[in-house]
Design a protein around this ligand. Structure first.
Ligand SMILES: *[C@@H]1O[C@H](CO)[C@@H](O)[C@H](O)[C@H]1NC(C)=O
Length: 129
C-alpha cells in the first residue's frame, strides 16, 4: 500500500470503532437502574427491542408514557458501581483520591462535579433487562 492508502485506512478504522462502540449492548444495571422518568429517548415509537439494543440502548416496554428505548446509565469500572447519581451513598469526602476510595472498597467516579465521587457499591442481583 502506498502513502495514499494510509488516510483511507485511518478513516475505515475510526468508522469501524464507532460501530463497535455503538453496537455494544449495555449491561443489565445500566438499564434497570435508570428511573423511568429520567429516560432519554434513544429510538422512535415502535422500535423493536433488538433494534434498540443494536444501537447500544436499553429497552423496556412495561412503563407507559415514557420512552421504551432509552440511553443507558454510564458504564463504570464495575457493574456494582453503575447507578443513578441521586442514589449514590457517600463513602468518602470532597477531594478524596481514587486510591483512598479504593482502600474503602468503594466506587470512584469523578466525571460529574458537586456529587459524591466515592460511593458505596450496590449488589447487582436486582439488575435485569
Ligand atoms: C421495566 O422497568 C420497570 C421500571 O423500572 C421495572 O419495574 C420492570 O421490572 C422492567 N421490566 C423489564 C422486563 O425489565
Amino acid at each position: 500500500m502506498g502513502p495514499r492508502g494510509a488516510p483511507l485506512l485511518a478513516v475505515a478504522l475510526v468508522l469501524g470503532l464507532c460501530v463497535l462502540v455503538e453496537g455494544q449492548k449495555p449491561s443489565p444495571c445500566q438499564c434497570s437502574r435508570m428511573t423511568p422518568k429520567n429516560r432519554k429517548n434513544c429510538g422512535f415509537s415502535g422500535i423493536s427491542s433488538d433494534e434498540c439494543f443494536d444501537r447500544g440502548c436499553c429497552f423496556n416496554s412495561s412503563v407507559p408514557g415514557v420512552p421504551w428505548c432509552f440511553q443507558p446509565l454510564p458504564k463504570e469500572e464495575s457493574e456494582q458501581c453503575v447507578m443513578e447519581v441521586s442514589t449514590r451513598k457517600n463513602c468518602g469526602f470532597p477531594g478524596i483520591s481514587p486510591k483512598e476510595c479504593a482502600s474503602r472498597q468503594c466506587c470512584f467516579s469523578d466525571s460529574i462535579p458537586e456529587v459524591p465521587w466515592c460511593f458505596y457499591p450496590q449488589s447487582v442481583q436486582d439488575c435485569h433487562y
